[in-house]
Design a protein around this ligand. Structure first.
Ligand code: MN
Length: 524
């Protein structure tokens, strides 16, 4: 019997669109480009780079990614509205393989309460929009939003019409993460049986994780004939997030017996690296027990497990850490390492810095090597992140001195540089971090409300750097920043000051981009 040819499952990454919509995750322009570059090296098939109509910043980022990325297709999202499609078309135009992704809700609940439109009206709007998008681009994807809660016969009708109108991919979203694997698989099977022109388009799914079934639902869809999956790195996304790219890819690979005749082109050895990059740039940390990329995913604690592992790894290990690129933290550099070696290691870690940034980063590295005996890959990544996050600073931290103790009022003395001007002040607070932040607030005449403060050790050991992530609200605007240092008070002060700089430079040049509800258009 002839072996069936293996079919590719298209991996559509939406980390930069749905992922960036995660509450608390916001990426600056440069960080988005860095992630797009990492996704290209990971060899995903499609990068959804953003939602161009949402803001001029989004449109600019999508355009820059379209110019940068050469391997994968670059998609932009648009509602079924002419203006959205035009702005999206313009943004993805520089891509080698551009795609316009239009969406319109089809479920009864969305039709009645959100759109206030009849079935026939929605069908017509979808068809018109797909046709309009095809005027600009040969690759057009259509998503009937909330498909999993849409009446199947009506869904089949819309899908058929969208394919007739020229959609090359039809994506079936489980927008609210309501579906269950068997039922979702049945819905996909229903579409394959009831849409006469179904083979003229690629059928895709987009699953959310509200009930923890995003990956399971996507796998059920693949078993029923779907050949494209939308997913995000670390599963970040609206609410409980999306199908996790690393999980779906490793499930298909590890259980090739259960999914014969399909494969992905993802370079799995890059998964861990990209996961760490996305987590550090978005400030969304990966839970320790997260499948595939969590820091405990390959840790064996129980004695009986360790014994088994030593005798034969496959007793307790279904994937090898090296398959996803975990090599373990290794000592790579010391304070006697030169610039050349430093740049080489940065390149290896996937941190593309220009000459000026390398100079800065190298100075940081030497300063760190003075304080800390061993420099790990994670330390280098933290240094690289600090460079990538760097933006025109209004204020620079010049000096910080904190007095604290059991019977002392915590007091901070801070000196800041603003251009050539040097200002100094001191204040007390509830603790050393509070004292430092209060002083900075007073000196910069800003009023920030600390929404979130998290501290994580970058590596192991007592001399490990602490990475501080803060999220601060200045009126309506919410910004976040990170900083790493062996001194956690200094890292906190630096991170907070970055937020102040961010909000001041936003106020200066571009109109403030509001996050977290008001103003910004959100999508499926
Ligand atoms: Mn979504």
């Amino acid at each position: 019997m002839a072996k069936k040819k293996s079919e590719k499952v298209t991996i559509f990454d939406t980390t930069l669109r749905d992922g960036e919509q995660s509450p608390g995750a916001s990426l600056n322009h440069r960080e988005k480009l860095e992630i797009a570059r990492a996704l290209s090296l990971l060899k995903v098939d499609v990068i959804e780079a953003g939602f161009p109509i949402a803001s001029p910043d989004d449109a600019k980022a999508v355009k820059a990614i379209a110019e940068l990325v050469r391997g994968p297709s670059v998609a932009g999202l648009a509602r079924c509205v002419r203006k959205d499609i035009e702005v999206c078309a313009d943004s993805v135009a520089p891509a080698k393989k551009p795609r316009i992704h239009v969406f319109l809700a089809t479920s009864a609940i969305h039709r009645k309460y959100k759109l206030r439109k009849a079935q026939s009206e929605i069908l017509r709007q979808a068809v018109d929009s797909v046709k309009y998008a095809r005027k600009f681009c040969n690759d057009v994807e259509f998503s009937p939003e909330d498909a999993s809660r849409t009446e199947p016969p009506y869904l089949a009708e819309v899908v058929e019409a969208a394919i007739d109108a020229g959609a090359t991919t039809i994506n079936i979203p489980d927008t609210v993460g309501y579906a269950m694997p068997t039922q979702f698989g049945d819905l996909i099977a229903y579409l394959f049986d009831n849409v006469p022109n179904v083979s003229d388009a690629t059928i895709s799914v987009h699953c959310h994780n509200d009930l923890g079934c995003a990956v399971a639902n996507s796998l059920a869809a693949i078993q029923n004939g779907v050949r494209a999956v939308e997913c995000t790195i670390n599963g970040i996304g609206e609410r409980a997030g999306n199908c996790a790219l690393e999980e779906i890819v490793m499930a298909l690979r590890t259980r090739a017996d259960a999914f014969p005749n399909v494969h992905t082109n993802v370079k799995t050895e890059n998964l861990y690296k990209v996961s760490r990059l996305v987590s550090s740039l978005t400030g969304m940390s990966v839970q320790r027990n997260k499948a595939v990329v969590g820091s405990n995913a390959f840790a064996h604690e129980a004695g009986v497990h360790q014994d088994g592992m030593l005798k034969e790894r496959s007793t307790y290990e279904i994937m090898r850490p090296e398959d996803i690129g975990i090599e373990g933290s290794e000592l790579v550099l010391g304070k006697h390492s030169g610039r050349h070696a430093f740049r080489h290691h940065m390149d290896r870690l996937g941190a593309k810095l220009n000459d000026k940034e390398i100079e800065h980063a190298y100075a940081r590295f030497i300063a760190l090597a003075d304080k800390k005996k061993t420099i790990y890959d994670e330390d280098l990544l933290a240094i690289a992140r600090a460079e990538l996050a760097a933006m025109p600073s209004v204020y620079l931290l010049d000096y910080l001195h904190v007095v604290t103790g059991t019977n002392t009022v915590p007091t901070a003395t801070v000196r800041l540089k603003k251009g050539k001007e040097i200002i100094q002040d001191a204040a007390c607070g509830d603790g050393p971090v509070d004292a430092a932040l209060k002083t900075i607030e007073r000196m910069t005449a800003t009023r920030g409300r600390l929404l979130d403060f998290s501290l994580q050790a970058v590596t192991v050991g007592k001399d490990a750097m602490g990475e501080v992530t803060v999220r601060v609200a200045f009126g309506q605007e919410v910004v976040s920043a990170k900083s790493a240092s062996t001194d956690i008070v200094e890292a906190s002060a630096q991170a907070y000051l970055s937020c102040v700089n961010r909000v001041l430079s936003n106020q200066g040049a571009t109109p403030a981009r509001k996050r977290g509800g008001s103003g910004k258009t959100r999508a499926a």
